[in-house]
Ligand binder design. Structure first.
Ligand code: AMP
Ligand code: GLY
Length: 418
C-alpha cells in the first residue's frame, strides 16, 4: 500500500511510526512532515492548502490511501476534492460536511440536540442577538462557557468566572476577537468532572474504538494557566471502565453515527469525542474530526494491531470483524515546549541530548533540521512517550527522559499522570 499522510505534528510522527511497522506498507509520504517523519518515510513539499496539488501528487505517485492528520484540510474539503478527482482512493478523513462536527460548534450542538446526545445546555448567538445573549448569561451560574463557533486553534473556548468578564468577553468575541470564527458564539452550561478522549474509527456504518486517553490541556502544573494544544497525555483512563464505555457507545457513539446517516453525511475516518464524566454520566464537550495531539502519541504505541490493515478494513466491510489488539501496558507522553508557549516563543533553538533518550520514544513536533543539527520549529517541540505498568510509572520515565533533552527556554509539565 502506498500511503500519503498529511500533517507535520507529533501526531503525524506517531502515525507514521506505527504505519512503518506494517508489512502492508510499501511507500510512505508525509506532506509536509517534520524531522521525525523523515526518519520513517519521505517528506514531500506538497502544498496541502492547494487541493489540486495534492490530487496531482496522489495521481503521479499512485497513492492508494490518504490519511489526513489535522482538522484544517478536512474542514476545507480536501477529501471532497480528492474523492471527486480520484474515486478509487481510500481516504481516512471525512469530507467538509462531516468535518463540521469540529468546524462549527453551532452545527455540532444543534446536531447533538437533534439526536439526543448528552451535552451541556446551550444557545447560539450573533451580534444581532447580543442582548438576548446577555440575558441568557444572567440566567446561568458562574463560571460561564463561551465558545467561538469556528476553528480557533484550540483557543476559542473562554471560561470567565464573573458575569462582568463574561459580558466583556462576549462583546469581544462577537466583534471579531477570533475573526470570522467568533461571528457566532455558543454559550453553554459549565460541567464539572474529569475529561477523557474517545476515538471512534468509522466508515459511517461500522466502528471500532481505539484506546481511551486523557489529555492535559493547561500549560501550567496543577492545571493552571492558559489552554494549549495539550502538554501531555496518558492511556488508559481508569474510570473509562466497561460500564462507562457501554454508556459511551449507547448514548454517544451509536446516536452520532445514526445522526450522520439520517442527515445523509458520509463519514470515513476518526470521530474524536472530547468527553466529560459528570457523576459517572458521559457528556460531550466537543467533537473533533481527527485524532488528538498528544493523545495519538500514547494511542499508537498501545495499539498492537497492524494499523494499515485496520485502516484498510474500513473500506472492505471488515472493520467490525477485526478485534483490535491493545498492549496491556499503560503509556504516557510528556510534551517539551518552547519558552513562552502558548503565547509568543522563539524558534531555531538547538536541541541537544536526544541521543541520550533510551527509555522513551521521542516523537517530533516542532523540530526541523538545520545544517545537520535539530532545531526547534514550533511551540510544542517533542513528545516523549514511555510504557509502564501504570501510567504514573510511564509518566515518571518520560519525565526522566525529558531532563536529558535540552534547548534554550524549553519546559515541560512535571505533573503529567497525577
Ligand atoms: P473545547 O475546545 O470545546 O474542547 O474546550 C476546551 C476546554 O474547555 C475543554 O477541554 C474543557 O476543559 C473546557 N470546557 C469546554 N466546554 C466546557 C463545559 N461546558 N463545561 C466545562 N468545561 C468546558
Ligand atoms: N489534544 C486535544 C486535541 O487534539 O484537540
Amino acid at each position: 500500500m502506498r500511503i500519503l499522510l498529511i500533517g507535520s505534528g507529533g501526531r503525524e510522527h506517531a502515525i507514521a511510526w506505527k504505519l512503518k511497522q506494517s508489512p502492508l506498507l510499501t511507500e510512505l509520504y508525509i506532506a509536509p512532515g517534520n524531522a521525525g517523519t523523515a526518519q520513517v518515510g519521505t517528506n514531500v513539499e506538497v502544498d496541502v492548502a492547494k487541493h489540486e496539488e495534492v490530487a496531482s501528487f496522489c495521481e503521479s505517485e499512485k497513492i492508494d490511501m490518504v490519511i489526513v492528520g489535522p482538522e484544517i484540510p478536512l474542514v476545507a474539503g480536501l477529501c471532497d476534492h480528492l474523492s471527486a478527482k480520484l474515486p478509487s482512493i481510500k481516504l481516512v478523513g471525512p469530507g467538509a460536511a462531516g468535518a463540521q462536527l469540529e468546524g462549527s460548534k453551532a452545527f455540532s450542538k444543534a446536531f447533538m440536540a437533534e439526536f439526543g446526545i448528552p451535552t451541556a445546555a446551550y444557545q447560539t448567538f450573533t451580534s444581532e442577538s447580543i442582548e438576548a445573549a446577555k440575558e441568557f448569561l444572567r440566567k446561568l451560574e458562574p463560571p460561564y462557557v463561551l465558545k467561538a463557533d469556528g476553528l480557533a486553534a484550540g483557543k476559542g473556548v473562554v471560561i470567565p468566572h464573573t458575569l462582568a468578564e463574561a459580558e466583556k468577553e462576549l462583546d469581544e468575541m462577537l466583534s471579531g476577537k477570533f475573526g470570522e470564527a467568533s461571528a457566532k458564539v455558543v454559550i453553554e452550561e459549565f460541567l464539572t468532572g474529569p475529561e477523557f478522549s474517545v476515538f471512534v474509527l468509522t466508515n459511517g456504518e461500522d466502528y471500532q474504538l481505539l484506546p481511551v486517553a486523557r489529555d492535559y490541556k493547561r500549560v501550567g502544573e496543577g492545571d493552571t494557566g492558559p489552554n494549549t494544544g495539550g502538554m501531555g497525555a496518558v492511556s488508559p483512563v481508569p474510570f473509562a471502565d466497561k460500564y462507562m464505555m457501554a454508556k459511551v457507545r449507547e448514548r454517544i457513539v451509536e446516536p452520532t453515527l445514526n445522526g450522520l446517516r439520517t442527515r445523509g453525511i458520509p463519514y470515513t475516518g476518526i470521530i474524536f469525542l472530547g468527553l466529560i464524566n459528570v457523576d459517572e454520566e458521559p457528556y460531550v464537550i466537543e467533537y473533533n474530526c481527527r485524532l488528538g495531539d498528544p493523545e495519538t502519541e500514547v494511542i499508537m504505541p498501545r495499539i498492537t494491531s497492524d494499523l494499515v490493515h485496520l485502516f484498510n478494513s474500513m473500506f472492505d466491510g471488515t472493520l467490525s470483524q477485526n478485534q483490535l489488539s491493545v498492549d496491556s501496558r499503560a503509556a504516557a507522553t510528556v510534551v517539551m515546549a518552547s519558552g513562552g508557549y502558548p503565547s509568543k516563543y522563539e524558534k531555531g533553538k538547538v536541541i541537544s541530548g536526544l541521543d541520550e533518550v533510551k527509555d522513551s520514544i521521542p516523537f517530533h513536533a516542532g523540530v526541523a533540521e538545520q545544517n545537520g543539527s535539530l532545531v526547534t520549529n514550533g511551540g510544542r517541540v517533542l513528545m516523549l512517550t514511555s510504557y509502564g505498568l501504570t501510567y504514573m510509572e510511564a509518566a515518571e520515565m518520560s519525565k526522566r527522559s525529558a531532563t536529558k533533552v535540552n534547548f534554550e527556554g524549553g519546559f515541560f509539565r512535571k505533573d503529567i499522570g497525577k
